[in-house]
Each structure stands twice: as C-alpha cells, then as structure tokens.
Design a protein. Sequence first.
Length: 369
Amino acid sequence: MNALVSAPISNNVVRFEPGIYFGVPEAEYHADQSLGSTSLKELIIDPVEYQHDQLYPGVEKETMALKWGHAIHCRALEGRLSLAERFAIAPAVTDYKDALVTMEHLRSHCKLVGVKPGKKKEEAIAAIREFDKDVLIWDEIIAKFEAENVGRTIIPRDALHEIEMAARWMQRDPKLAPVMRDGTFVAGASEVSIFYVENGVRLKARIDHLLSHAIIDLKSFRPFFKERALEAAKKAVSRMRYDLQAGAYIKALRAAAKLYAEGRVFNNPYDREFLDSVFRALAVAETDADSDDALKWVWVMIKASGAPQPVVGEFDLSSMIFKQAVADVDGAIVAYRGLMEKYGPDNEWEPDIPAQKWGDTDWSPYAFI
C-alpha cells in the first residue's frame, strides 16, 4: 500500500501529488490550493469576481446553516460517534431555571445580597461572587461550556434533534436503505479525495460518498417559500448550480481512472474489487449512461428548515444539462490558465464587458409593470 504523499509548502498550505486518497482530513484537503468544484463554478459564473475574492477575501461567518450542513455530513458520512466528538450541544437557559441571565437579574441579586452592581455585567458578577459563591450565573455557565469544548462546533439541541431525524428518514428511503445502517452510509467509502493535473492546472475533488455503482452527493437546502420539499430541492440544485459540481466531479473521476491504472492510490483500506467496480461502472456510463450497470450520480438533498425531509434525485448523465456542465468546466480550466498567463495570480483580472444596447428582448415584459 502506498503511503500518503503531501508536501507542506508555506503558510499551512499542503500540496498533494496527483492520486486518489482515502482518509484525508478535511482541513488538509482544503489547504491544498488546487482548483476544486466551487472555484470552477465561480470561474464559470464570473472569473473577474473569482479573482477578486482570491485577492480580497472576506471573513466567512460560520452561520447556523453552515453548521447544520457540516453536522448532517458528519452524521451521515462518519457516524454518530464522530458527530458527538466534533459537535457539542449548547446549554439551554431553560435547563437552568434559577440562573441569573439578564442585567436586571444581576441587579436584583446584588440588591438581595447588599452589594453595588456597577454598570457592566462583569462588574455585577464580580460583586455577587464576593458574597455568593453558589448562585448560578448564565454568563459563567456559557464561559465554562465554551472552555470545555474548544475545537468543537457548538449547535443547539433542536438542531441535533433535526439531524437525527434526517438521518433516520434517509435510511428509510428505498434507494439508500441497502447502503446505510444507524443513519450512516456503511457500504462504499466516504470523503474520497482526488488530485490531478489538466492543461497545466492543478485540480481536486472530494466525493462525499463513493459506492461501487454511484456517487452520493449530500446537500442541505432551505426553501425560500412554503413549498413541497421535492420542488424546493430541484430549485436548490438549479439556484446553486450543483450541475456544475457534478460535471467537475465526474471529470475528476475520469482522471482518477487513469491515476488508478498507474497505481496512484493512497491509504486505500478497501480491496481491489471496490475501485475496479467503480471504474467499470464509469466506463459503462461513458458509452451508455442509461444502462443499469452505469455509474450513477445521486443527490441526497436534506431540507434544513422545518421537517428535515430527504429528497433523493438521480442526475441524468445522458442529459444535455450534464454534458453542458462538463463542457463549462472544461472551458473554465482553459480560461483560468489563459487569465493566469495574462495577469498572474497576484493581480486583478480586468473586466471585459463591451458596451451594449438593451431593448425589448433583454427583459421580461413584466419587469417594468
């Protein structure tokens, strides 16, 4: 078995040699600066905007939606134990009914024990602690909890309940039940990383879950309006351009077939038949995507607001939408190399939008009503 090959460069950047990798930690995968599917999608939509984000990155806020998505990935791909190790359930005020929570609570208790509260919460807490060591204070409960859970993602109890419900409902789906146990995928391999080079551009992909006959891509979505989960899931695929990610990943898997033939597989815990089956199914899909033996692309879309309903949808790899997605990815790689040669990685990529004349065909007839 080949050893994992990675070469740290600088500033915590990791560079993986071309190959198929199992067991790469998420942080190391993201530290490699090869172009992933998100970058390729951004290049397709607007390369000038892509480069602007590279040069002037904002601070990404870890929103509840992002935490929820990470948690359902962890639960479905890694299991219940991993979820418990990586995520902590935030304490709730309702669990501490006698705790002092607000400044008004603190002032009232200061008056009760005969001390001056000061103007700030920390002053009131310090004053109380001089005379009362036992009363529960919410700020201290939270501070102790956060200190004990450094490095873990904190989510509310309601979110855990939703995630467990989603995992349970996923396993009840007839297509998913045979490859899941206790709400977790057990057949196949999770988080398979592929690194390859095309046209002098370093590329990467990280497959959520790889079965011998299918790629499983797990997504969470939130409907904009009250609508059936099925319709909202389809809109999410369209709105977020997940078709482009599918195109990028199938393209990466095609490159992986060549890497596999060259023996460039690292940390593989599976017997040879597993990847043999994957690439046999991929070869069938290249000539007859509708065949029962062809590799399938399956989205598992989990509704992350309200009832966490799973929606399972297979992407038709014989469709023009998919073929166009692959063509768009091919074009993005060519365009990226051209722009890098013209401007370099450290300069702005200048916009090239010619002046236009807009008329009746450029807007909906309802736009000006």
